[in-house]
Design a protein around this ligand. Structure first.
Ligand SMILES: [Zn+2]
Length: 264
């Protein structure tokens, strides 16, 4: 075979090997980070965060967070990850999920959620960032931008790639690196998250109400951290309403329905 043709085939193969289809939304994404690399980075980042944060001692709220998370996890497109759901004691209105399935919410967020369904909406959204591999997509974009960054060399221990990884995973704010997901990624996470919460048995229409409620929240004149990376503007609300019929159909088929669940 001619060398040129060989190279062309190789390039083509490399492209398709890294071109993945996002679950539920069916969108194509180009990813140069392997799932196992992603999981390793997610686990390392979670260990660091756990050293910084204090776990809530409120047994009832911890239990609710875990059951919401577990109900969502079995209905995701990655049910076999080592899912774990923690509740951290802090006023910050925030939540995150990392590749590998490590997920956490802060007690400050639960106050605004008011009920389990709203918590399921937020956690479902965060989990959707993981199953859609948005962190890896963003790392790929950064790697393409900075040619010095090879897929093999990205690790949390590497000073140069550390900020990139934490930012790409969407937890950069905790470390002073604010890097919101793109509007497309956000819309996709909303769409997928809504489906997950519906399959888990929570009324998806609460997601629309929650985002409207949340957008009115201000912390001492500042929008909450989660809101600054997740602006609940008219477009977001309109998109959620557009995704709602499909989610309602999933909700109708859910074996057990919890409605809004328990109120906090
Ligand atoms: Zn998001």
């Amino acid at each position: 075979m001619k060398t040129k043709l060989k190279i062309a085939l190789l390039v083509l193969f490399a492209f398709f090997a890294a071109c993945v289809t996002t679950p539920e939304s069916g969108k194509q994404a180009f990813i140069m980070v392997s799932p196992s690399q992603e999981v390793t980075m997610g686990k390392q980042a979670f260990e660091e965060i756990q050293q910084k944060e204090k776990e809530s001692e409120d047994k009832r709220l911890v239990g609710i967070t875990q059951r919401v998370g577990e109900r969502l996890a079995v209905h995701t497109d990655m049910p076999d990850l080592e899912w774990e759901f923690k509740l951290f004691e802090s006023d910050q209105m925030n939540a995150f999920a990392l590749p590998g399935g490590k997920t956490a919410a802060y007690t400050g967020l639960l106050k605004v959620c008011e009920n389990e369904a709203a918590l399921a909406a937020v956690m479902g959204h965060e989990i959707a960032h993981v199953t859609a591999r948005h962190g890896a997509q963003r790392m790929t974009q950064q790697m393409v931008l900075s040619t010095a960054m090879a897929a093999a060399s990205i690790s949390l221990a590497n000073k140069d790639s550390r900020a990139l990884i934490l930012g790409a995973l969407g937890i950069g704010a905790t470390y002073g690196i604010q890097l919101p997901f793109s509007r497309d990624n956000e819309a996709e996470a909303d769409q997928i998250g809504l489906i997950y919460m519906a399959r888990a048995g929570y009324d998806p229409s609460e997601a629309v109400r929650f985002w409207s409620r949340f957008s009115e929240m201000k912390q001492g004149g500042q929008p909450p951290e989660f809101l600054s990376t997740h602006p609940a503007d008219a477009t977001r609300i309109a998109n959620l309403k557009r995704y709602l019929p499909r989610a309602m159909a999933e909700y109708k088929n859910a074996k057990t329905k919890y409605g809004l669940g328990e109120t906090f």
